[in-house]
Design a protein around this ligand. Structure first.
Ligand SMILES: [Zn+2]
Length: 251
């Protein structure tokens, strides 16, 4: 290639999973792609009025052209919005779950490695939420969390004790740092743990295995609502801010 000639553009499908202001008027847009996992792109002048990047909302799927520049960050060249998820934006509960799904799948995806299963999971969730005419039950959120952990290679253990391998008893603990259920007598002396019933754990395992579309109307048996988010936070080393927003929306 001749010196000074522009570098070839890269074209890929991606779902917007994060946006962050950058510099005085630019924005960094994070997208989840099937072939390269999480990709960060520089959207120049994205915060200006009438920006050509204004359609890149969280959850939007687009055909994206970008160009590699002098830095590691690719610069957006052209965007063709393929699905703006217009319907789900009419419900705060659905929008909150969509935003959480974007953050979960985006955070668990690697950069520069294929992540077709996390991409497929997020796309399925967003299609379901966009097509739904009622707000989903809490099993959909649990299914999203459990599948995302599984596709990231850290499946939560919900059908036995992670310490001794024994069958669940009626009252169990969930230890996020150990990645799953433990008997009360096997629970760690340190670290977070949550008390869960065997029935709640079995419902979480069923949600992990079921197709997302089968979970739309399903409600979990009583139990702490945040054990799988705590497993995600333990894996990432940080909690996801959109989880707190979702929690506030559902109260
Ligand atoms: Zn045990």
């Amino acid at each position: 290639m001749e010196r000074g000639s522009p570098k070839p553009a890269v074209e890929r499908d991606g779902i917007v999973v994060g946006r962050q202001d950058y510099g005085e008027s630019d924005r960094i847009v994070r997208v989840l792609t099937p072939g390269e996992g999480r990709v960060s792109l520089l959207a120049r002048a994205a915060r200006a009025a009438h920006s050509k990047w204004s359609g890149l909302d969280l959850g939007t799927r687009a055909r994206i052209r970008s160009r590699r520049g002098r830095t590691d960050l690719e610069t957006l060249v052209e965007v063709e919005v393929e699905d703006a998820r217009v319907s789900l934006r009419s419900s705060l509960a659905r929008l909150g779950l969509a935003a959480y799904g974007c953050e979960v799948c985006g955070a668990l995806a690697r950069e520069g490695y294929p992540e077709p299963r996390l991409y497929g999971l997020l796309e399925t969730l967003l299609l379901l939420l966009d097509a739904a005419d009622a707000d989903p039950g809490d099993a959909l959120r649990a299914g999203l969390e459990a599948k995302a952990l599984t596709f990231a290679g850290v499946a939560p253990v919900l059908d036995r004790c992670v310490a001794c391998g024994g069958a669940p008893e009626a009252e169990m603990c969930f230890a996020p740092g150990m990645g799953g259920l433990v008997h009360l007598r096997c629970q760690p002396s340190e670290g977070t743990r949550r008390y869960v019933t065997a029935a709640h754990a079995a419902a979480l395992e069923a949600a992990r295995r079921a197709p997302l579309r089968d979970l739309l109307d399903v409600t979990l048996p009583p139990g702490p609502p945040d054990v799988l988010h705590e497993a995600i936070a333990a894996h990432l080393g940080r909690a996801l801010p959109s989880r707190a927003v979702l929690e506030a929306l559902l109260q």
